[in-house]
Write a protein that binds this ligand. Structure first.
Ligand SMILES: NC(=O)c1ccc[n+]([C@@H]2O[C@H](COP(=O)([O-])OP(=O)(O)OC[C@H]3O[C@@H](n4cnc5c(N)ncnc54)[C@H](O)[C@@H]3O)[C@@H](O)[C@H]2O)c1
Length: 548
């Protein structure tokens, strides 16, 4: 199979070379802390290299940082193909880190010409009932009204895309999904073990959202299905919401607005404050916390932050030693930590008591991080002057019966408290974030299907190879998902021994390992033999060959 369309993608991943990264290994830190530092370093690098958002209105159709030529533009292969890894592989093994690499690389300058690869679909490949599809296009199903730019992008790459506005039930996924090799979902579609079992042809799942709880991740990995998401595309949206809440709380805007709606003219200035000169305490200085820090300083706030790892401050922000110190010094405390064992219930009665009298509290992180009844008490007593809560321990899937019960029995109390802003988990819900998520996940699907690149996969080893750029047309790329057992590579290399292995890279994650190898000097007639031999190996989970 061949394509005459060249792909600009053979060169460098970006001018953001990390050729001289700080020597984190020399610091007296645990491996997890070193990894976090690397993440922060990459984040900073990305922030430096990410173009500023356009200031003009209306908002452009394409996502910031992704030029039209590489996203949703006219039919032209993009520069998103595999490329030389400017970052060493040790930088790419955490989802955090690769997210930054992706952010920096998408739409960045690629040199050289890469080959467009096409899936080799053997005669036994599922879809026998649709032989024309076997010869034709990979089919992608997008459910839950995924951003149309993402659908267009995938169409432009030559995929056959079906765009559906609703979620599908398990029954529908079992009966109708077998036509498709890739599926894009948001949070309502559940990809269960049963769905996976019913869809042996499925190669990849794109979660066009932050979370991936709706997918049986481990089981998908065991079946060789890579899952991608977009964990950080909405960071800016959350940071901006927090800025709005800081001002709304300090000016009691929501209460005044409600009073006006009720016909009350309540022109007060008592206990209404400017934010200039006040102290913002950020708990968790990650993607959102650090963006917020920059925005807050522009408003004249002084920024303190607490994080479990030492992180270089942006601007004039200052890291404090302990949560207690932050709570006792900040006029506004805002949480931006993940929901993990250490953070569940991290703000309770004792912590609210440590906050300054008359200060404000904001939670846009995760619901379980805060003891909401304790927050009610701190607000009712007047110790805190206001709060904004965007996330709840249990969030209702829909309106109607059970709404209050799902949220929790503290909800009636919260509703009675003045200067309390409650929002339905909308921190990351903006048009821009949806576009950015669409761009990131559709790019990931495209790169995985077309080049085998699993960078950014949440359940899968992250593997990439630089592009095939030579003029020799007899190249194939082997993508081999297998059980992580001794001797597998030896077996595969024996199969490939008669050919020239131009390059190969393998990585493992738990029980699963993924090998990519580019082989040259392969005749068309040999492809099926190589495929069958690899597929028959003991540890095989999934074998794909990509040919020119
Ligand atoms: N409201 C929304 O719609 C919305 C949208 C996006 C993200 N979020 C949530 O916001 C939170 C932060 O997201 P992010 O993208 O900035 O995450 P991130 O991983 O980039 O940053 C989290 C930071 O918290 C730090 N941290 C971890 N444990 C800590 C602890 N015990 N004390 C202090 N710091 C700690 C980490 O070191 C890291 O720097 C997450 O919980 C995420 O789920 C909410």
């Amino acid at each position: 199979m061949s394509s005459s369309v060249p792909v600009p993608g053979g060169g460098r991943r970006a001018s953001v070379s990390a050729s001289d990264p700080p020597n984190f290994a020399s610091l007296p830190l645990k491996p997890a802390q070193q990894q976090s530092l690397i993440t922060v370093f990459l984040r900073t690098l990305t922030m430096i290299c990410t173009p500023s958002p356009p200031l003009s209105i209306p908002i452009p159709a394409n996502t910031r940082g992704v030029p039209p030529s590489s996203y949703g533009g006219p039919q032209s292969p993009t520069g998103l193909g595999t490329s030389p890894r400017t970052f060493s592989t040790s930088f790419s093994t955490s989802p955090n880190a690769t997210s930054h690499i992706r952010g920096a690389s998408v739409g960045s300058v690629f040199h050289g010409m890469a080959r467009q690869l096409t899936a080799f679909l053997p005669p036994t490949y599922p879809l026998e009932e649709e032989p024309e599809k076997r010869q034709g296009k990979t089919k992608v199903l997008l459910l839950e009204n995924i951003n149309l730019d993402a659908a267009q992008f995938l169409k432009n790459q030559g995929f056959e895309v079906d765009h559906v506005t609703k979620a599908w039930t398990e029954e529908e996924l079992i009966s109708k999904l077998p036509q498709y090799q890739a599926i894009g979902i948001r949070s309502k579609t559940k990809i269960t073990q049963k769905v996976i079992d019913a869809n042996p042809q499925l190669l990849v799942i794109g979660c066009f959202c932050i979370g991936t709880n709706q997918v049986a991740l481990d089981y998908a990995a065991k079946r060789g299905i890579a899952v991608f998401n977009s964990p950080y595309a909405n960071s800016r949206s959350v940071a901006e919401l927090v800025i709005s809440e800081i001002i709304a709380l300090s000016r009691q805007i929501v209460d005044r607005s409600q009073e006006m709606r009720a016909g009350i003219w309540n022109k007060v200035s008592k206990n209404c404050w400017e934010v200039r000169g006040k102290t913002l305490g950020i708990v968790g200085y990650g993607h959102i916390g650090s963006q917020l820090s920059v925005l807050a300083e522009a408003f004249g706030l002084q920024v303190l932050y607490f994080d479990v790892i030492p992180i270089m401050p942006l601007g004039s922000a200052r890291q404090v030693e302990s949560l207690e110190e932050l709570l006792s010094k900040a006029d506004f405390v805002t949480l931006h930590v993940p929901e993990i064992q250490d953070t569940i219930g991290m703000m309770g009665e004792a912590q609210f008591a440590q906050m300054k009298q008359g200060s404000f509290f904001i939670n846009n992180a995760r619901g379980k991080v805060v003891d909401l009844p304790a927050l009610c008490t701190a607000l009712e007593s007047g110790h805190l002057a206001g709060a904004a809560v965007d996330v709840f321990p249990k969030e209702p899937g829909s309106n109607g019966p059970g709404f209050n019960e799902t949220l929790g029995d503290f909800i009636p109390r919260l509703r009675q408290i003045p200067n309390l802003i409650m929002t339905p988990h909308i921190g990351g819900s903006t048009e821009e974030a949806q576009r950015a998520i669409g761009s990131e996940v559709s790019s990931a699907l495209y790169r995985y299907l077309t080049y085998g690149t699993s960078l950014g996969a949440v359940n899968f080893p992250e593997v990439d190879l630089r592009a095939i750029t030579t003029n020799d047309e007899r190249h194939i790329r082997v993508c081999h998902v297998h059980r992580n057992e001794p001797g597998v590579l030896k077996g595969i290399n024996n199969i490939l021994a008669d050919h020239n292995i131009e390059k190969q890279f393998s990585d493992s994650k738990g029980d699963i390992a993924y090998l990519m190898a580019d082989i040259s000097g392969v005749g068309q007639e040999e492809v099926e033999g190589i495929y069958s031999a690899i597929k028959s190996t003991r540890a095989n989970i999934l074998t794909r060959l990509l040919c020119e």
